[in-house]
Design a binder for this molecule. Structure first.
Ligand SMILES: [Fe+2]
Length: 185
């Protein structure tokens, strides 16, 4: 009897909880990517400064300018949903950024530094591509076509950045690292 009463109570507790919907999940994930973009704005100048290749430094600086515009786009998405533009600490991006910082420290002045920087930047891009793809799809499902277009615009930029980094890695950076290694041998 007591057991049955307890069961009823927990069921009641379950139903009295506020029901979180897709719009809540959208808002939470938007806060996550807002934190991510702002974190990247602080990280990219350090990566550009550390890069040995001029092309790589230029790519980081270009993406810094894009990222600043991406934050503005996110501000607009927050306005569309009627919420304040605010980030929520994301441990995933903090971890990826920590790994990048470690590479900058451990490989400072080494031939493989730029290859490591590209790898760190691509890890960030892939995280962002995943988040923006999800957010774009949810915006569509929630009937927010303006928000979906803004998110798609940023997604396109992230994909282009990822591709540019792959090209840099295959054309100059990794080859330079290998050549220097061969010369040293
Ligand atoms: Fe971004």
């Amino acid at each position: 009897m007591a057991k049955r009463a307890k069961k009823r109570k927990s069921a009641a507790r379950r139903t009295s909880r506020p029901q979180k919907k897709l719009s809540d999940l959208f808002h939470e994930t938007l806060k996550d990517i807002y934190f991510t973009e702002n974190k990247i704005i602080k990280t990219l100048p350090k990566m550009a400064k550390a890069a040995q290749s001029k092309e790589l430094a230029a790519a980081f600086n270009k993406h810094l300018r894009e990222t600043q515009a991406q934050v503005k786009r996110l501000d607009r998405v927050f306005r569309i949903i009627g919420k304040p533009a605010r980030g929520k600490p994301c441990e995933a991006i903090n971890g990826i950024a920590d790994e990048g910082a470690e590479i900058m420290k451990e490989f400072r002045g080494m031939p493989a530094l730029d290859a490591g920087l590209v790898a760190a930047a691509q890890a960030v891009e892939h995280y962002e591509i995943s988040r923006y793809g999800t957010l774009r799809t949810w915006a569509e499902q929630l009937g927010m076509s303006d928000a979906a277009s803004l998110l798609q615009e940023t997604l396109d930029e992230e994909e282009a950045t990822d591709k540019a980094l792959t090209e840099l890695a295959t054309s100059v950076i990794n080859l330079e690292a290998e050549q220097e290694q061969a010369e040293a041998a």
